[in-house]
Write a protein that binds this ligand. Structure first.
Ligand code: WQD
Length: 337
């Protein structure tokens, strides 16, 4: 199939683009490169032995999207494009509502005009908010606690309403937990701009000498070692989940939701120790005050994806750390030369 991938130059987008190319699909990436490098796609093409076309278009540029659809005639869309930092979203909420929510509406309007009604959407476990018992299941009431999460929730609602109004739409909503790791080649990986918000890239940058020490936000949570538990999932497992969801929605009209997670919690300290084992170094850290908005623990019930998509996360924490370290140690400054 000809697949248009928004945000395809980004971390999860580039890994999914590689998996699509390897599965024989043609891929057109739409990315404004605001938070990604075109180098990631050069390397994806090198790894796949086939090119992914890059169209540098902003999702809010409806005319630019029209030109892209007119030229490339995609048959389905995998939609990653958007801003994704929880803390930043509280500081500049309007940018998040414009880029994420309004940008998605522009994309959907162009898709409808070109008769493209298959979409896999990158949603997030953050939509579950702080009211649900874990493990989270897809039928739970959602309620995000920050502007970033609310844009994901709004987009899920928009897609649900579109699917209810026109049963020609085939939509998969994928709620990710915590993506980490990198392709085994070490050629592509996570390259956050500025100081990493997330745990794994921060640990990796300490290991490679870019950051002085890890600050662990809170050691007094009601967990086995006092640090928060999260459901970490290897980014290649995640990419494979997108291909499984695309295949499913191609056969099944309607709107479908799946958690993409491993189904278990790993603590911050456990992840730090696993990364030390992977990089062969003792990594400096200190305990710091809790971070506002952090939940003590949550993880996925991923049984629906297993039953319906035949998909489950398979790569271990050790593999996540080994692959992440191979990428970071080979690319200390990410994609920057
Ligand atoms: C994990 C744990 C931190 C950094 C976020 C988004 C979510 C999704 C995934 C997009 C927490 C601790 C972190 C550090 C630390 N993103 N930590 N020191 O918060 O579970 O989820 O990323 O969809 O929407 O909310 O991930 O990696 O930021 O934090 O101690 O320097 O690591 O307190 O307990 P989180 P995270």
């Amino acid at each position: 199939m000809r697949i248009l991938v928004t945000g395809g130059a980004g971390y999860i987008g580039s890994h999914t683009t590689l998996a699509l190319l390897e599965a024989g699909h043609e891929v057109v990436v739409v990315d404004n490169l605001a938070n990604a490098s075109a180098e990631s796609l050069h390397r994806v093409s090198e790894l796949a032995g086939r090119r992914a076309v890059l169209e540098r278009v902003d999702l809010t540029d409806e005319a630019g999207l029209e030109d892209t659809f007119s030229e490339h005639r995609p048959e389905a869309v995998i939609h990653f494009g958007g801003l994704k930092a929880v803390g930043e979203s509280a500081r500049i909420p309007l940018d998040y509502y414009y880029n994420n929510t309004a940008g998605t509406v522009a994309l959907l309007r162009v898709m409808a005009r070109f008769g493209v009604k298959s979409m896999v959407f990158s949603s997030s476990a953050t939509v579950y908010g702080d009211r649900n018992p874990y493990p989270y299941t897809e039928d739970m009431e959602i309620g995000a606690m920050n502007p970033y999460g609310r844009t994901k929730e709004q987009i899920e609602d928009i897609l649900t309403d579109i699917g209810a109004a026109d049963d020609a739409w085939r939509i998969g909503l994928l709620r990710y937990f915590n993506p980490v790791g990198a392709h085994e080649s070490g050629r592509i990986g996570e390259d956050p701009q500025g100081i990493p918000n997330n745990l794994m890239p921060f640990i990796a940058q300490v290991a490679v000498g870019r950051r002085e020490k890890l600050q662990i936000f809170g050691d007094d949570y009601d967990t086995q070692d006092g640090t928060c538990l999260r459901d970490y999932i290897h980014v290649v497992d995640l990419a494979e989940g997108h291909l499984a969801a695309l295949e499913y929605v191609t056969e099944h009209p309607g709107v479908h939701r799946w958690n993409l997670g491993g189904g278990a919690g790993t603590s911050v300290l456990e992840m730090l120790r696993a990364f030390e084992a992977a990089c062969g170094k003792t990594l400096p850290y200190e305990f710091a005050p809790r971070r506002a908005g952090d939940l003590p623990a949550f993880w996925a019930d991923a049984s629906k994806a297993k039953e319906e998509l035949g998909w489950q996360a398979s790569r271990t924490i050790e593999t996540m750390c080994a692959d992440h370290w191979r990428w970071q140690s080979a690319n200390p400054n990410g994609y920057a030369a």
